[in-house]
Design a protein around this ligand. Structure first.
Ligand code: KIV
Length: 289
């Protein structure tokens, strides 16, 4: 594990001023979070995209606060030195301020996140302000907002014309004014995203939003092709093919069990064996006496 101190929202703003790109990746469980931390990521997002990539839903809409808390806790156990942002899922921040703060409390206290992310622009600025005033950092998210996919009418690129680009800029400014510490720009034209990034003092973190953002975020399963059927996406660069490696590894295991090649002599315990070594958990050593 790299010995680094977790980033905080003050350092993130300084990174923007110093033109140092911010790196963010999603993670949803203990091993993915530990590996992301070891790789030196700045921020881990426990995104509600877990609905798609981990739970097998078609959209993020069925994801609940219980789901987010469960996965966020696992991520926090795996990445104790990394800044963790956890999504507030669909319709959990559109009721009363009390109800919203109850959900935020669960994400922070039970999910051990350092910040929450909300989708939406000017229309949720007062909610962002309420959460920030309660002492919780908020990451905004505009552009393509998957929780509103049915209202947007599909997964469309945002900011294609001047009117739309201006609307996005106004949303971004409203979130900044409400106290958001950074804003995710998802599927936004490079021109609009660059203009927003120039106008704001807080960092923008892009996904499919081009090269002018202050940081980038991608989904873990996209970066590593960790899925059975990977669908190419223009805005994603894949850095490994875990799907193929996992399929091939399991297939070899199946073959070796079928042909009795596994277990071999080195995998079996004999009567005089004493040390079991690390069976489960982090470096746990169970010695028999
Ligand atoms: O849920 C998620 O993973 C996200 C990213 C795509 C930014 O919101």
């Amino acid at each position: 594990m790299t010995s680094k101190h977790a980033l905080n929202i003050v350092k993130m703003k300084k990174m923007k001023q110093d033109n140092i790109p911010i790196t963010m990746i999603t993670a949803y469980d203990y091993p993915s979070a530990s590996l992301a931390e070891e790789a030196g990521i700045d921020i881990i997002l426990v995104g509600d995209s877990l609905g798609n990539v981990v739970l097998g839903y078609d959209t993020t809409i069925p994801v609940t606060v219980d789901d987010m808390v469960y996965h966020s806790r696992a991520v926090a156990r795996g990445a104790g030195h990394t800044f963790i942002v956890t999504d507030l899922p669909f319709m959990t921040y559109h009721g009363s301020a009390d109800e919203t703060l109850r959900q935020v409390r669960r994400i922070m206290q039970e999910g051990h996140a350092h910040a929450v992310k909300l989708e939406g622009g000017a229309e949720i600025a007062s909610t962002v302000q309420t959460i920030v005033q309660a002492g919780v950092p908020v990451l905004g998210h505009i552009g393509l907002t998957p929780q509103s996919v049915n209202q947007i009418g599909g997964y469309r690129i945002q900011g294609k014309d001047e009117h739309d680009a201006r609307r996005l800029l106004e949303d971004a400014k409203a979130l900044e004014q409400a106290g958001a510490f950074a804003i995710v720009l998802e599927l936004v034209t490079e021109e609009a995203a660059a203009a927003i990034s120039r106008e704001l003092t807080i960092p923008t973190i892009g996904i499919g939003a081009g090269r002018g953002c202050d940081g980038q975020v991608l989904v873990f399963h996209d970066v590593l092709k960790y899925t059975s059927e990977y669908r190419e996406k223009k805005f994603v660069k894949t850095y490994a093919d875990l799907g193929e490696q996992i399929r091939s590894g399991i297939s070899t295991y199946v073959q070796e069990v079928k042909t009795r090649a596994f277990p071999a002599e080195q995998h079996v315990f004999t009567a005089d064996e004493k040390l079991l070594g690390s069976l489960y958990g982090k470096g746990k050593v169970d010695s028999q006496s």
